[in-house]
Every structure is written in C-alpha cells, then in structure tokens.
Design a protein. Structure first.
Length: 296
C-alpha cells in the first residue's frame, strides 16, 4: 500500500515548527508542498521570486476585490522573519483567488461561455447537472481549474497575464501586479481608474490590439474584456496593460458565440481607448475584429 507521507517534508516542517510560534488565525503553512506531485504548479522554469520552501508561512493581508464568482485576497508567502536573508524566493506577495460555489455566486452566464467545453468525468457531470452539494463544489473547482490552465497557456504564449503560481482546490494563487514599498502594498489600477496621456493611450491601443489578435491566433477570445479587467502595471515606469480574469475565455471556433464575444471585446476596449484620446484608426473595433478573424 502506498502512502502520501513525505518524510523529508515532515522533518523540514518539524524543524521550522520548533523555531516558529503558533500561527496566527490569519496564517497557515504554505500550500506549495500540496502541489508537489501534481500538474497544479505554474509553467517552468519557475520565476526566481516564487517561494518554494516547505517551511514558508502564508499570511492573509486583506481582500483586494470581490467578484461575481470569486473573491481575490492579498497573501504574503514568506519564510519566518529570523530566516530571511533578502534573497529571491524567500518572501513574496501573491493574489489568492477563491472561487465560491454557485449557491454563493452572482455569475449566471456560464452556459454561454462554456458552450464547446466538455466534462470528461461522467460522475462529476451528473452531479453538476443535478445540483448536488458535490456538484456545486465541482463547478467551483472547475472554474478555478479553467482559469489556472488558461493563465498557464497564455503565459507560455507570451500574453500579458499574471504568472499562475499554483492551484489547490478552488484557490488559485497568482502573481500580484502592484507595488510594495514603505507605503505598503498597492494593487495596480484598472484601466478604468486611470487617465493616460496621449502617448500612453496610443501605446496601450497598439498593445491591446496585439493581445486581442494573439488570443485569436490561439483560437481564443477573452469574452469579457473591458477597462475593468485590464491593469496598468504600476511596477513599470511606463505601465503596460496586464489582462486579468480569464476563466471564461472562449474557444473562438468551437463556441457558437465566439465571434459575438470577440466583437464585443473589441468594442468595449476601443470605446474606452477612444474616449481617452486614442485615434479612430488605432482603436477601430471593426478593424480589430476583421484582423482577428482573418487569422482563421
């Protein structure tokens, strides 16, 4: 009979337990070890800032955003203070996005987004169809899994998305896009919260058109793209856009609503860009749509 007991991890944790006081109610041991033998870690090679120590502690610092189907929390993963040397991979801020079951979710457009997707586990599919407690938990985990897998795919393809660190159940941990200095941690603003100057909005129009076309080249559509789920990366002297909230990304070919969602994405983003000074030629939704669909 095989066992999941990991002796090395046990002794590593026991060593840290001997030097660390009892965890506070807003803390837990790092969940990174739980993903050791799964496909639930982000693309390799891992960035050097990812904390991989079994003895690290996760500290919840507060809520960043409430959403239709999930809430996003700010999480610090770090070694105990007495073990910090300032090297990469000892402490990092992350976003922990926690999906709710459908009973506690206000997201009711799932079927339009999931047309063309299939659940291979027939037991899970039956449970979701019947609306059992197990089925509701499966549905929440499925959305988390979909977003994690999609972030991995988009990151590897070079699109501007947060790096997906890990997935455990219905919790997705990803890169925190924002600053952390003597003033504390501040999340990057959404485009909706910015007032870009002329050169900035022109650059954003170019970059966002490229992102929409790159998605289409992969056979994908964001499906809910707008200035509310695009961040201006405040870590950069000249912030570039970072696309977030991708669990509903649509298969442009398999989903019968694919082109409709693509056109809507183009209109939403171009309307905002033009209202902030982008030229009609740089932010022309019909030109974006034609260029995207011409790739197929």
């Amino acid at each position: 009979m095989t066992t999941s007991f990991d002796q090395d991890a046990f002794f590593a944790r026991a060593m840290f337990t001997a030097t660390v006081a009892e965890l506070d109610k807003d803390q837990r041991w790092s969940t990174w070890p739980e993903t050791a033998h799964t496909m639930d870690r982000g693309p390799q090679p891992f960035p050097d800032w990812v904390v991989q120590h079994d003895g690290a502690i996760d500290t919840e610092l507060g809520i960043l955003k409430t959403g239709k189907e999930a809430d996003a929390f700010l999480l610090e993963r770090a070694l105990p203070e007495e073990l910090l040397s300032g090297a990469p991979g000892e402490a990092v801020l992350m976003v922990a996005k926690r999906y709710r079951s459908p009973d506690h979710s206000t997201f009711h457009r799932g079927s339009a987004y999931t047309d063309g997707r299939r659940t291979t586990d027939t037991r899970e599919a039956r449970a979701m169809a019947k609306g059992t407690a197990f089925g509701k938990q499966v549905a929440a985990a499925q959305w988390a899994r979909t977003e994690f897998d999609m972030l991995c795919r988009l990151w590897e393809a070079g699109l501007p998305v947060p790096y997906p660190i890990q997935l455990v159940g219905t919790e997705l941990c990803m890169e925190f896009i924002g600053t952390d200095d003597e003033h504390g941690a501040v999340a990057a603003p959404r485009l909706q919260e910015t007032a870009p100057d002329g050169p900035t909005v022109a650059r954003w129009a170019h970059l966002l058109r490229g992102a929409v076309l790159d998605l289409a080249l992969l056979g994908l559509v964001h499906g809910d793209l707008s200035p509310y789920n695009i961040l201006a990366d405040s870590r950069q002297a000249e912030p570039d856009p970072v696309i977030i909230d991708v669990p509903q990304v649509i298969d442009l070919i398999a989903n019968p609503n694919g082109t409709e969602f693509l056109r809507r994405d183009c209109v939403n983003v171009c309307t905002w860009l033009r209202s902030h000074g982008a030229s009609a030629s740089a932010a022309d939704p019909e030109e974006w749509f034609r260029a995207a669909t011409a790739q197929h």
